[in-house]
Write a protein that binds this ligand. Structure first.
Ligand SMILES: Nc1ncnc2c1ncn2[C@@H]1O[C@H](COP(=O)(O)OP(=O)(O)O)[C@@H](O)[C@H]1O
Ligand SMILES: [Mg+2]
Length: 458
């Protein structure tokens, strides 16, 4: 609050104001132009006027000072009170102007505050981990993504020699730097770092921004793609190398040995057939991948479709002496599916059961509605199961069966001693089921047989 008006101040001002008229009255009295009593009366009037003026001015100047003080304290209520108090018009105008000026400044400060908060919120919510470094390269700030990704390992990340060198370069050259490096802690990952030198510095003194984007997923995909091309080429090269070898033999050593020629031509036909199968499977895989994001639209009667597929296998079933047991109930609700793709699923499963089942064994194909609470999703669905009593699959292979080119017994299937597969059949099934929002279940026991089950929503 305003300090009490000091008596000395009031006294001084009164003296200053009354000194001139007092002196004039004294001279008039001394030169006898004025009698003593009117002179004294005049002086008394001057004194009273001087005291009043002094009171008014010191009060108003005090209020002016108080207004300025409250403005500097940014106290809006005190400011309004002090600004309203002056009694002199000119001083009141001055205090009102100060009040207005201080309000404008406060608004501007609030706006700056808001802008800073908006900037901070943007940095905080950016999906990529971001650090702000000070002049001495200490971490001033880390956004949420950075805290989530690196937590307490931030210092360890910044100690990575490649990253440190790039930060040093950014500070020396005052230019943006980008590098990629791999981190081993807390988990192995590939990181792309961009260091942006800030000139002028940020409001909080930040000198550089470090963006650390996790590229592990992209790198893994690139590796998978490269692996896939390498695997596919390798799978094609094996039968091709066989073909080339036999052609040379036919032209040279076996050129006049008709029985050998016949035998070699038979093997060559097999190898060519294998290449054909491989290319067919690769083409279906890429076609299925292309359609994977379009949900299927046909209404398909699963039992009818499976019956058709089995009919196509009848010659093989007969020649392998396999006993077929079917349980394909009529009047099941249709599934929403792509009929060709579902036929491929059924045919790959029956093909496997015949290929890896026992000659003279059992092939059991069933379709059933699923009950809620079992191993399948709770929503309504149908399960197609294909069961054989063949060699079965060891537990450790089960999780990898749907990988492309994965075969349990590679060597055996490739020499042609056993029916040779491409290792793509189950991968194709997996992609088709992804598109149909379906699921694949595999139960198998070595030496006893396997059950491959496909669940589809209805
Ligand atoms: N019914 C089955 N019984 C035993 N093993 C099977 C059966 N079905 C699949 N497998 C194993 O899973 C592997 C992958 O199957 P798949 O992707 O269809 O490839 P392919 O049949 O071309 O070899 C097969 O190589 C085989 O080792
Ligand atoms: Mg197969």
């Amino acid at each position: 609050m305003q300090k009490a008006m000091r008596p000395s101040q009031l006294f001084g001002t009164t003296i200053a104001l009354s000194i001139a008229p007092g002196a004039v009255l004294a001279v008039l009295w001394a030169t006898k132009r004025l009698a003593a009593s009117p002179a004294l009366l005049g002086f008394a009037c001057c004194l009273v006027a001087a005291v009043l003026i002094a009171l008014l001015w010191t009060h108003d100047l005090g209020k002016l000072a108080e207004t300025i003080r409250q403005a500097s304290l940014e106290n809006a209520a005190g400011l309004a009170e002090a600004a309203a108090a002056p009694r002199l018009g000119s001083i009141e105008r001055a205090t009102r102007n100060i009040e207005r000026l201080s309000r404008t400044l406060a608004n501007r400060a609030a706006m700056v505050g808001q802008l800073l908060a908006a900037n901070e919120a943007i940095v905080e919510r950016l999906p990529d981990p971001l650090l702000v470094l000070g002049q001495d390269r200490d971490v001033r700030r880390a956004n949420e993504a950075a805290r989530m990704a690196y937590g307490n390992d931030m210092a360890a990340v910044l100690r990575h020699p490649d990253l440190r060198a790039a930060i040093d370069r950014a500070f020396e050259q005052r230019q943006l730097q980008s590098i990629e490096f791999s981190l081993r802690v807390p988990v192995q990952r590939e990181v792309a770092a961009t260091i942006i030198f800030m000139d002028p510095p940020l409001a909080d003194g930040g000198r550089a921004i470090v963006v650390l984007s996790d590229r592990s997923r992209e790198r893994a995909l690139e590796r998978m793609r490269a692996d896939f091309v390498a695997n596919a080429s390798h799978e094609l090269r094996t039968p091709l190398a066989g073909l080339i070898g036999f052609i040379e033999t036919l032209r040279g050593p076996a050129s006049d040995d008709p029985p050998a020629q016949q035998r070699f031509l038979g093997i060559m036909a097999e190898q060519a057939e294998r290449m054909n199968r491989l290319i067919d499977d690769l083409m279906s895989l890429s076609r299925i991948e292309l359609s994977e994001h379009q949900p299927p639209a046909e209404r398909v009667d699963l039992a009818e479709l499976v019956e058709g597929v089995i009919a196509g296998f009848e010659p093989r079933i007969a020649s392998q002496n396999v006993t077929l047991s079917l349980d394909l109930p009529q009047n099941l609700p249709p599934v929403t599916a792509d009929a060709d793709q579902l036929a491929q699923v059924a045919s790959n499963l029956v093909d496997n059961a015949l290929k890896y089942g026992k000659p003279g064994g059992l092939l059991r194909v069933t379709i059933a509605r699923t009950e809620p609470g079992g191993r399948w999703p709770a929503r309504a669905g149908l399960v197609l199961s294909v069961q054989d009593d063949g060699r079965g699959i060891a537990r450790e292979h089960l999780p990898r069966l749907t990988e492309r080119f994965y075969r349990v017994d590679k060597a055996r299937s490739r020499t042609g001693a056993a029916p040779s597969g491409t290792g793509l059949g189950l991968a194709i099934i997996k992609h088709i089921l992804n598109r149909h929002r379906g699921q694949l279940g595999i139960e198998s026991e070595e030496g006893k047989g396997s059950v491959f089950s496909v669940w589809l929503p209805i």
